[in-house]
Design a protein. Structure first.
Length: 251
């Protein structure tokens, strides 16, 4: 489909401001093309692969007696396995699934798991190791992010550009929690992948160099171990956007 069809940004705009659930021919063709080309971007994960999932906070328990009077102090204790898996009571809007549909959001490394919950310095974070029960076929958007090609270089190939933009859309954090409509485009694409028989989506983390993995069926994995981390330091990187201007005060 080089040079033909909708670009991702056009699909995104239609989903947000025109049609959410009813799709015209162009949108239907766009989604069909994404599903068809997804077969070229498959990542296989299985029981030998480790995944990680984090949650802010931890439980507490009393320490052993510190003296003859039985004095104890509270010590950090990792959340148990049930608290580290998706729960319908807390299934809010996400990049991959809408409210009320459970999806297991995980990462490929511990550092990314911690970063994804956006902790502050001094925060306790429980991180669980997940064990997969079966082999999963994941749509790998992350691989397109890692490729050393730019959107400009893909300008004549709409399919390649769409995959690059899709990865960026999955990775983009939502800062205005009231604008859940911004999740609609990626939720629609993810649902098409799920309907086509894929088991999840992998995409770049905007908060860490690592990779996120969203698994459509949370029962595909189980939390087998967990530990508590305390955030000691954070690094902030920033850059001036090209459209920004510098203003000088007049004397």
């Amino acid at each position: 489909m080089a040079g033909k069809g909708l670009r991702y940004w056009q699909f995104e705009e239609r989903c947000r401001s025109q049609w959410r659930f009813a799709h015209d021919n162009e949108v239907s063709e766009f989604l069909s093309d994404m599903v068809r080309t997804a077969e070229q971007h498959v990542l296989y994960l299985g029981p030998d692969d480790k995944l990680w999932r984090a949650r802010l906070g931890c439980d507490e328990e009393n320490s052993p007696a510190l003296d003859e009077e039985g004095t104890t102090v509270a010590i950090a204790k990792a959340f148990d396995a049930t608290k580290m898996m998706p729960n319908m009571a807390f299934a809010g809007e996400g990049r991959v699934s809408p409210r009320g549909i459970l999806t297991l959001y995980a990462t490929m490394d511990e550092a990314t798991a911690v970063a994804e919950v956006r902790p502050h310095v001094g925060a306790a974070v429980t991180v669980a190791e997940l064990q997969l029960h079966r082999r999963l076929r994941i749509v790998d958007c992350h691989g397109l992010h890692a490729a050393r090609t730019s959107l400009f270089e893909h300008q004549r190939d709409s399919s390649a550009a769409n995959w690059k933009q899709l990865n960026l859309a999955f990775a983009q954090p939502l800062y205005d929690l009231a604008r859940t409509d911004h999740y609609a485009p990626t939720q629609i694409v993810a649902e098409q992948f799920r309907r086509a028989g894929f088991d999840g989506v992998a995409f770049h983390s905007s908060l860490s160099p690592g990779m996120n993995v969203a698994i459509f069926d949370p029962s595909s994995a189980l939390a087998v171990a967990a530990q508590v981390f305390i955030v000691r330091e954070m690094m902030v990187k920033y850059a001036l956007e090209p459209q920004q201007q510098s203003w000088q005060s007049k004397p």
